[in-house]
Design a protein around this ligand. Structure first.
Ligand code: GDP
Ligand code: MG
Length: 439
């Protein structure tokens, strides 16, 4: 996958104290291939790589973080830029109702997305009306009606003997008369873009004067989705793209190319056939997802400013060699505390919720004091060699720290989990790195 490939590239850069121009060139060659293989538009790839390269050459060696990490950071920022920078909101007409026109090829997910969008709006206390504008596909109206019932949103239809343009016109009137503040017009799609389809959409557009024209495209179709977006945008002036089937095995090409190729931002992503509120598209989160790093990058930024580099490097060495002890744990806790509220930090770590037992470790700062008390009640030997902690020692520690045996047991168990997790991280972040795992 793209994520794996990029991680490989950055893995190679890690551990280098200094990056030569050759290193950067080699890495960029691989980034380029990875993006092309992920079906990203070739021109987009070319521009992207050029931008990253320009910034990456001559990256300063920082004390605690390898230049490799800095390159990751550059790539991350450029990925965000590529996808449009920040998330955008759905339009809101100054005079309701706000009209949203859905467009797209057959099977892209228009009708499903219409229902998801309505659900999202209803969650925000809006009162959407869905207009059944697909009179061609058998059972298309029924499909929307079933979805409407399911989410408790009214569906306007005139059956399939009236033209979609007329349905849209009357639907809009109905919405105004019944104080709906949003109108979503579901339309028909064809298997391919054709004149008749465009003509009909243009006429509906003319009649309802939409505030949003959302093109629904199937992310699984990669560059094809981008080409579709391009032609629709040329003819219909889209305001946003919805990428559907992001739950599937997409290679990322569509998400990364749409904005750059069409100039039109991705506004929403749809994941799954189940009707749930539509999700806004966050370039930042997507970029992190592509790099497989959760919000690791914001953590790096925070850490860069507050963690003692030499200590972090030493810590990291210990973790790699499984020498990590309760003494280190204590020291780390102090370092981490400097970073801010603990549960917020834990949330930023990738895969955190996947690690068994980590949920309980979501400690608040009061609990942290108890944890500290427990560790401080251990003898130096015990801190250095947690295997010594048998029942009677645990009982002594509980008494000494003013806690109880259950708490002590839990901490020791969590400590073991943490060690396991560190091993996982070491794997993920590549061998021989510096800094990162010092967290
Ligand atoms: P339309 O022809 O554009 O209206 O497409 P539909 O909304 O009828 O969807 C076509 C098929 O794709 C249906 O089987 C949907 O359940 C499915 N579908 C739509 N959106 C998604 C999605 O985000 N993920 C997955 N896995 N399937 C989707
Ligand atoms: Mg449909």
């Amino acid at each position: 996958s793209l994520t794996n490939r990029l991680q490989n590239v950055f893995g190679k850069l890690r551990g280098k104290g200094k990056l030569s121009e050759d290193d950067v060139n080699e890495a960029m060659r691989e980034v380029r291939l990875a993006l092309l293989e992920a079906d990203v538009n070739f021109k987009v790839v070319k521009d992207f790589v050029a931008k990253v390269k320009e910034q990456a050459v001559g990256v300063e060696v920082q004390k605690s973080f390898t230049p490799g990490m800095v390159v990751v950071d550059i790539v991350h920022k450029e990925l965000i830029e590529l996808m449009g920078g920040s998330a955008t909101k759905i339009a809101k007409a100054s005079k309701p109702p706000t009209v949203i026109l859905m467009a797209g090829l057959q099977g892209a997910g228009k009708t499903t997305t219409t229902a998801k969008l309505a659900m999202m709006l209803m969650k925000g206390n809006h009162k959407p009306l869905l207009i059944a504008g697909d009179i061609y596909r058998p059972a298309a109206i029924k499909q929307l009606q079933v979805l409407g019932e399911q989410i408790k949103a009214p569906v306007f239809t005139l059956g399939n003997d009236v033209s979609p343009v007329e349905i849209a016109r009357q639907g809009l009137q109905f919405a105004k008369a019944n104080s709906h503040d949003y109108v979503i017009v579901d339309t028909a799609g064809r298997l391919q873009i054709d004149e008749a389809l465009m003509e009909e959409l243009k006429q509906i557009h003319e009649v309802v004067q939409p505030d949003e024209v959302l093109l629904v495209v199937d992310a699984m179709t990669g560059q094809e989705a981008v080409n579709v977006a391009k032609s629709f945008h040329e003819q219909l002036e889209l305001t946003g793209v919805v990428l559907t089937k992001m739950d599937g095995d997409t290679r990322g090409g569509a998400a990364l190319s749409v904005k750059a190729v069409t100039g039109c931002p991705i506004k929403f992503v749809s994941m799954g056939e189940k009707i749930e509120p539509l999700e806004s598209f966050h370039p930042e989160r997507m970029a992190s997802r592509i790099l497989g790093m959760g919000d690791m990058l914001s953590l790096i930024e925070k850490a860069q400013s507050s963690i003692d580099a030499d200590k972090a490097a030493e810590m990291e060495r210990k973790m790699r060699n499984a020498e990590f002890t309760f003494e280190d744990f204590l020291e780390q806790m102090e370092q981490v505390r400097k970073l801010g509220p603990l549960d917020q930090l834990l949330d930023m770590l990738p895969g955190m919720n996947k690690v068994k037992g980590m949920k309980d470790m979501k400690v608040d700062d009061k609990q942290i004091n108890r944890v500290e008390a427990i560790v401080r009640s251990m003898t130096t030997d015990e801190k250095r060699n947690p295997d010594l902690l048998n029942y009677s020692r645990r009982r002594r520690i509980a008494a000494g720290s003013g806690t109880n045996i259950a708490e002590v047991n839990r901490l020791i168990k969590q400590f073991e989990e943490m060690r396991k997790m560190m091993k996982q991280f070491s794997g993920m972040m590549g061998k021989g790195g510096k800094g990162m795992k010092g967290l």
